[in-house]
Design a protein. Structure first.
Length: 150
């Protein structure tokens, strides 16, 4: 089912780099790549990497996603296989080895999907509040860094 925006995405998507820095570990051909998630949905995510990984390649991913509760923030670990669906050079970055990597989740479990859905809903609500306050799109918000050991 397509969302209301008439774009081609099947799931609502939200920026993931506005409050917490999501560190992600990508395992490709036995090599570990540490990056940060830029946006996320129940269908997949986009991150920056320093190498070109061809679409169609399978990767293993692991990351922590924040869940907001009445008592604070609780982090949920997501481990999944993903399929690279897009790898494009970042034209706005002068580093010629910087790529946008789109990864589609493969067989995401119900619990992980629920945590991601809740995060996306929360993040979209915060983005709307920030945009309304500043009367322009929220481009940068001070964020906390999630440090984790993979």
């Amino acid at each position: 089912m397509l969302n209301k925006n008439r774009n081609r995405r099947r799931h609502e998507r939200s920026r993931a780099d506005w409050e917490y820095l999501f560190a992600i570990e990508i395992n490709h051909k036995g090599k570990k790549i540490i990056s940060e998630v830029k946006d996320i949905s129940c269908g997949g995510l986009m991150c920056k990497v320093n190498q070109n990984i061809q679409p169609g390649k399978e990767v293993k991913i692991a990351f922590l996603i924040p869940g907001y509760t009445t008592t604070g923030v609780k982090f949920h670990r997501v481990e999944n296989k993903g399929l690279v669906v897009r790898c494009e050079h970042f034209p706005e970055v002068h580093d010629m080895n910087c790529h946008r990597l789109g990864i589609a989740f493969q067989n995401l479990c119900k619990k992980d999907k629920g945590v991601i859905e809740k995060f996306v809903q929360y993040a979209q609500g915060v983005e709307k509040i920030l945009e309304k306050k500043s009367k322009k799109p929220a481009l940068h918000v001070e964020r906390n860094c999630v440090m984790t050991r993979f």
